[in-house]
Ligand binder design. Structure first.
Ligand code: BTN
Length: 282
């Protein structure tokens, strides 16, 4: 069900003694949202396969710039590199937003980088000083993954018609804890902060940063996104193995270029890594 969420200034009243909701409450978002165009119209689902798939479907059907699909639970969440993304109920924020750049695709090369810096910057507000970025855009707490980002662009004749930006943020460990498969690699924002976390306040904070990052990228190019990313980077200066297309490059991560590529010093030369993933060795 698509609905518009009006802006507002005060959190809605909750009956005294009523239990705190364990999932995002759509009605709460308008109370915290300060964006001009991002997330102002959205479709909220208690349960969905993947917000990414649904947003892509809606984008192809003409949904507007800034439209958001969000869910309390995903049963078929997707990550980068065709991985699954575990998104159980009451444990995180799972959402996908549609942007419509209408620009030549190379101008958007740094979009994933800008999104990573924006999400990490927003979470840093809730857990100051402990949030880091692993190339390309994994958000980490103590080396474990707090949030993941999936950016899928739809380009026709060299112009990016739309992109679907998917963000998954672990707010708290699911009831019963993370599954054994991911328990040593996953973290939740609740571990990184002593404060109470209200889902919709965190979501509004992330959307605010995302909107600013997107507007900044289109107006000024990727320079600021790059410096914001570098300010929170955990990868630069580390020994890494970069894996892309079946090739392993082992060396020192030395820089990030303006297209979001990782520059690795390996065997006496600089190699530019455009996709794939890195493992931090030390
Ligand atoms: C990654 O780190 O590999 C990216 C994870 C992206 C997960 C989010 S959750 C909301 C949106 N819907 C999906 O199916 N995936 C993204």
């Amino acid at each position: 069900v698509a609905r518009s969420i009006p802006p507002g200034n005060l959190p809605p009243a909750r009956p005294q003694g009523a239990p705190r909701p364990s999932s995002p409450e759509p009605a709460d978002l308008g109370a915290y949202l300060r964006t001009a165009w991002l997330g102002r119209a959205s479709a909220y689902h208690q349960r969905i396969g993947s917000t990414q798939d649904e947003a892509r479907r809606l984008a192809l059907a003409g949904a507007p710039h800034g439209f958001m699909v969000w869910a309390a639970e995903q049963t078929a969440g997707r990550g980068r590199l065709e991985r699954r993304w575990y998104a159980p109920r009451a444990s995180g924020l799972w959402f996908s937003v549609i942007v419509r750049p209408g620009r030549a695709a190379p101008a958007l090369a740094a979009l994933p980088l800008a999104v990573g810096a924006a999400v990490a910057g927003a979470l840093d507000q809730f857990a100051p000083g402990v949030v880091r970025l692993k190339w390309p855009n994994d958000v980490l707490f103590e080396g474990r993954k707090l949030a993941g980002i999936l950016v899928e662009g739809h380009t026709a004749e060299g112009v990016m018609d739309h992109a679907v930006v998917g963000v998954g943020i672990n707010l708290r460990p699911p009831p019963g804890g993370f599954t054994a498969e991911i328990s040593d690699r996953a973290a939740a924002l609740s571990e990184a902060t002593a404060g109470a976390l209200l889902e919709t306040a965190v979501l509004a904070g992330v959307l605010g940063r995302l909107e600013a990052a997107y507007d900044e990228l289109l107006a000024d190019g990727p320079g600021l996104a790059r410096s914001r990313w570098l300010a929170l980077a955990d990868t630069i200066g580390r020994e890494v193995v970069a894996r892309a297309g079946g090739v392993d490059i082992r060396g020192t991560a030395v820089d990030l270029d303006e297209a979001g590529n990782l520059v690795v010093a390996a065997d006496g030369e600089l190699r530019v890594v455009a996709y794939g993933e890195v493992e931090h060795l030390r």
